[in-house]
Design a protein around this ligand. Structure first.
Ligand code: FAQ
Length: 334
């Protein structure tokens, strides 16, 4: 979007500083840009509520990426081979990278990374419910790759067309990497499923435990989703929570068959009329309970995150001191 920019009278928070006429011109230009599928860029005028909603979603997404490193990193030291260990380390590092792209995208909206991390650590911002479940066996690494990364891709591919430019562009690279993650999980589960009876049982048990929480990743049902209607009108979201959840179920059913594993839902069946799979009722009480902090690992995840942040303080201080020194040296030689 280029018609109206920050130079014509907005501050970095996007609130119109000019008179009413200017404000309505800004709003009209914003609406026209969204309607025309143009991208909104950081220096463009945007409604304060649009900015706030993006900060909320991008921050939650970024937090999910870095908290999401914990369940899988739990298995790095116990990976069954050097090959599996190298793959898993690369995957967990990718998640850290995704967090960095996303915090950078949020920073373009006028919030600092420190502020966002502080909100995560004090429980004022959320991260995905899925990462509050434990990784009990090696097969969980495969189930996370197949189901959790699979759900993440289903949700994130449409975000590559999000109306906010920096978020949409970050998603392009994230989705490419998530595809690799999904495939490594699928391949890991396939190896286990075709292995010994004990390995097959371990793979099935992991799928049994991760299936329902993966469906919850898409958020509450549409009639309970407080942000969907507005986010879709602004083209932040392109599809509703239920639409994406259905798409994910339809993708997973044939993949589970190919894996030789069963999805733990007796009500799962093809509905010819709808052209989709019907599936059983999701336990939304469990979902809201996990969001309130009562999942099996909420406390552990946040405690570990706060500790990692405190223990990394010296690294951040050293990097800042080095950057300041480089800056001073640069000025001296200029
Ligand atoms: N967990 O009105 P809606 C990954 C909250 S990345 C926790 O429907 P919205 C990669 C929601 O924030 C996974 N909270 O909200 C990886 C809101 O609360 P608020 C993360 C949830 O935003 C793989 C309230 O419920 N992906 O996995 C959840 O329109 C493997 C009402 O909900 C993203 O963040 C939930 N599942 O739709 C990493 C993608 N669902 O803010 C490591 C971007 C909803 O009012 C290993 N985000 N809530 O207090 C989105 O697409 C959307 O934000 C949704 C939720 C679809 C998640």
């Amino acid at each position: 979007m280029t018609a109206v920019t920050a130079e014509t009278g907005t501050n970095k928070h996007g609130s119109p500083a000019a008179d009413d006429k200017d404000a309505s011109a800004h709003a009209a230009a914003f609406d026209a840009a969204v309607a025309a599928d143009e991208r909104i860029e950081p220096r463009d005028w945007m409604p304060e509520a649009y900015r706030a909603s993006l900060v909320r979603q991008i921050a939650q997404h970024a937090h999910s990426e870095i908290i999401g490193m914990q369940p899988e990193s739990n298995w790095i030291t116990r990976a069954p081979s050097l090959r599996r260990k190298a793959i898993l380390m690369a995957k967990v590092q990718d998640e850290a990278g995704h967090g960095l792209y996303l915090y950078s995208a949020a920073e373009t909206l006028g919030v600092s990374r420190d502020e966002l991390l502080d909100k995560l650590h004090s429980g004022r911002q959320k991260y995905s419910s899925i990462f509050n479940y434990p990784t009990l066996t090696w097969a969980d690494v495969g189930a996370i790759g197949w189901l959790v990364d699979g759900a993440a891709i289903t949700n994130q591919v449409p975000l590559c067309r999000c109306s906010y430019g920096p978020y949409a562009r970050a998603m392009v690279r994230v989705c490419k990497e998530e595809s690799f993650h999904q495939r490594q999980g699928y391949e890991l589960l396939l190896a286990l499923s075709q292995g010994t009876p004990e390995q097959h049982a371990m793979a099935q048990d992991a799928v049994d435990r991760w299936w329902w929480p993966s469906l919850m990743m898409f958020g509450p049902p549409d009639d309970e989703s407080s942000h969907s209607a507005q986010s879709m009108a602004w083209k932040i979201k392109r599809h509703s929570n239920d639409e994406l959840r259905q798409r994910f179920v339809d993708i997973c059913v044939p993949q589970a068959e190919a894996l030789g594993l069963t999805l733990p839902d007796p009500d799962l069946r093809w509905n010819e009329e709808r052209g989709h799979h019907d599936f059983g009722a999701i336990d939304w009480t469990e979902f809201w309970d996990v969001l309130k902090g009562n999942g099996p690992c909420n406390e552990q995840r946040l405690t570990q995150r706060r500790r990692a942040h405190e223990e990394g303080a010296w690294v951040r201080d050293a990097a800042a001191a080095y950057a300041a020194k480089q800056h001073t040296n640069g000025e001296a030689t200029a």
